[in-house]
Design a protein around this ligand. Structure first.
Ligand SMILES: Cc1cc2nc3c(=O)[nH]c(=O)nc-3n(C[C@H](O)[C@H](O)[C@H](O)COP(=O)(O)OP(=O)(O)OC[C@H]3O[C@@H](n4cnc5c(N)ncnc54)[C@H](O)[C@@H]3O)c2cc1C
Length: 378
């Protein structure tokens, strides 16, 4: 059993740490405060090759393994988890044309995504269909050589700014789990528009909106993969995406630990640094222990994926544990900083708000428990 990262993985992680210290950390509080998508930062991420790391070189990526990309997401999230999430979710969406696209779709859509010239959005969730995706009502109807799509998607990451949308909707409701299909649709297509924009508690620089499709006509060739394949494609993509969310939570946890150690050594109460009070020292001890466990679960799931071994259960375990640990311990990190931690400007306050979403998107904690128990008890 080898717990050592390769030289290349360590180098890339260190490079991302330097990048995040230089470009992300200084603007993280401002983009959170203003809910601002930092286009200038994403241009730098694109120039550095960070937007398509695990995509093969021939399609504009860097051709790394998935674990290496996960290390970068963790380091980015340590400075700004909105940015870490944006990169992680962008790569996951790009996997769809990589795995299921025609050669033409790969050239047209995947290459600019992997190069970071275009942003992606994946639209599955609907107002009445969250965890229960089968409750979706959006549908595409064939009319000659075109599909006509109608429906409203909600909570779509990058909804307001994406260049390339992948939309999942019914093409044959009677076929049940084999009745949904995916369509790849460029921004500017008549009938597709971003809808209501959501102001969020955390993850504020990541843009989230509805995506409204009203008589949106797309050519037959816009279908991604086979008709009826979209649910299976989505579930496969979520398995990988959950490792990215776990990495985001690990980055948040590491930042909470960094802040807690630093603050508790500086803040003096009752004549000693508060780190000398056992109640505080034990909070930090529990934080560090859960961080190690979360990190191992996350790396293990990514490693299984790279070894082409089954990893659905492990990805769900990593997301479940890391996200709940991030939530638990960011609350403690605020506690350690007392009133100062509760005020705007304290990094721990942002970490606590950002941690919550990791228990919700790409499948809630309850959905993770469903996946894990189904794997254990089948
Ligand atoms: C910031 C953000 C970004 C997102 N990005 C995207 C995106 O890019 N694309 C996309 O398609 N979606 C996206 N989503 C949607 C996200 O995946 C859903 O919010 C999530 O799947 C949960 O769905 P819901 O919010 O409708 O909650 P619901 O499904 O309504 O769940 C509400 C509660 O009930 C619980 N619950 C539901 N069913 C069960 C059950 N059978 N047993 C036990 N408990 C249950 C849930 O765990 C949860 O606690 C995003 C959401 C947010 C908030």
């Amino acid at each position: 059993m080898d717990f050592q990262l390769t030289d290349e993985q360590q180098l890339i992680r260190n490079n991302m740490r330097e990048f995040a210290d230089r470009y992300v950390e200084p603007i993280a509080a401002e983009i959170d405060e203003n809910s601002r998508h930092p286009a200038e930062l994403f241009q730098k991420l694109a120039e550095g090759g960070w937007m398509g790391m695990p995509i093969p070189v021939e399609y504009g990526g860097c051709g790394t393994d998935y674990l290496t990309h996960i290390l970068a997401v963790e380091e980015l999230s340590r400075s700004c988890s909105s940015t870490g999430f944006s990169v992680a979710s962008h790569v996951i969406v790009a996997f769809l044309p990589l795995l299921y696209g025609t050669e033409e779709q790969k050239r047209k859509y995947l290459v600019p995504l992997a190069e970071g010239k275009h942003m992606s959005a994946f639209a599955l969730t609907e107002p009445g269909a969250g965890t229960d995706v089968m409750a979706a009502t959006s549908r595409a109807v064939l009319d000659g050589d075109e599909y006509v799509i109608n429906g409203t998607k909600t909570f779509i990451t990058n909804g307001p700014i994406a260049d390339t949308y992948i939309v999942v909707c019914w093409t044959d409701k009677a076929a049940g789990r084999k009745g949904m299909s995916a369509f790849i649709i460029p921004r500017g297509t008549p009938g597709l528009r971003p809808g209501k924009h959501f102001e969020k508690m955390g993850m504020r620089s990541s843009q989230t909106s509805e995506v409204v499709l009203k008589d949106c006509r797309v050519p037959r060739e816009s279908m991604l993969g086979q008709a009826g394949q979209a649910l299976a494609m989505s579930m496969g993509i979520f398995e990988q995406g959950r490792i990215g969310i776990a990495a985001q939570a690990v980055g948040i946890l590491q930042a909470a630990l960094d802040e807690s150690i630093k603050y508790s050594k500086e803040r003096v109460q009752f004549g000693v640094p508060i780190s000398r009070h056992q109640a505080i020292a034990w909070m930090i001890t529990d934080m560090a222990t859960d961080l190690s466990a979360a990190r191992f679960l996350t790396y293990h799931a990514a490693w299984l994926r790279d070894q082409k071994q089954p990893f659905a259960k492990e990805a769900s375990m990593a997301k479940l544990f890391a996200s709940e640990a991030a939530m638990r311990h960011t609350v403690k990190a605020v506690q350690i900083q007392g009133g100062y931690g509760y005020c705007k400007g304290a990094k721990v306050e942002r970490l606590m708000r950002d941690a919550k979403i990791t228990e919700i998107y790409e499948g809630t904690s309850e959905a993770m428990r469903m996946v894990i128990s189904a794997n254990l008890l089948r």
